[in-house]
Ligand binder design. Structure first.
Ligand code: HEC
Length: 126
């Protein structure tokens, strides 16, 4: 049987980690997940436990593999996708989402293993 709900100590630890001021210099992946589940979930598979999404929007796990460069990814997210009605992400929110997407990549391959030698993600649009 799988029980729902977290172990209380694990939950407390997670809360502690999420709010630890020393870790706040980069994107906050926990907050990124909150944003992703609110804003991106209608079209993308944003978490491993999600089963449905639009087929033309790549899952975030794929995004994590395709976009090696956090800055390029952040720049992509600074502009709305063509199909997005209300896109108002702050720079901080973008950093958080990038950190979250990065956390979905279980073992990023070393750049030397890239066959084509291109590691900057898909070409920029517009
Ligand atoms: C209305 C549907 C929709 C929503 C909501 C949406 N996306 Fe997308 N997204 C798409 C589609 C469709 C594509 C692929 C086609 C394109 O690039 O326009 C895409 C592409 C992307 C890509 C590029 C993937 C690649 O490898 O080319 C990224 C990164 C991305 N989305 C991130 C996000 C994030 C982060 C959010 C939430 C803040 C989000 N999207 C919300 C529909 C959506």
């Amino acid at each position: 049987m799988i029980r729902h709900g977290r172990h209380p100590i694990a939950a407390a630890l997670a809360a502690l980690l999420a709010t630890a001021p020393g870790l706040a210099h980069a994107g906050d992946s926990a907050h990124g997940e909150v944003i992703a589940r609110r804003w991106c979930v209608n079209c993308h598979v944003v978490a491993p436990d999600q089963t449905t999404a639009r087929s033309e929007a790549p899952p975030f796990a794929t995004v994590a593999r395709n976009w090696r460069d956090d800055k390029a990814l952040a720049n992509f997210l600074a502009d709305p996708h063509p199909k997005m009605p209300n896109w108002g992400l702050s720079r901080k929110e973008i950093d958080d989402i990038v950190a979250y997407i990065r956390s979905l990549d279980p073992n990023p391959p070393p750049p030397a293993q890239q066959p084509g030698g291109k590691d900057e993600g898909p070409p920029k649009k517009g």
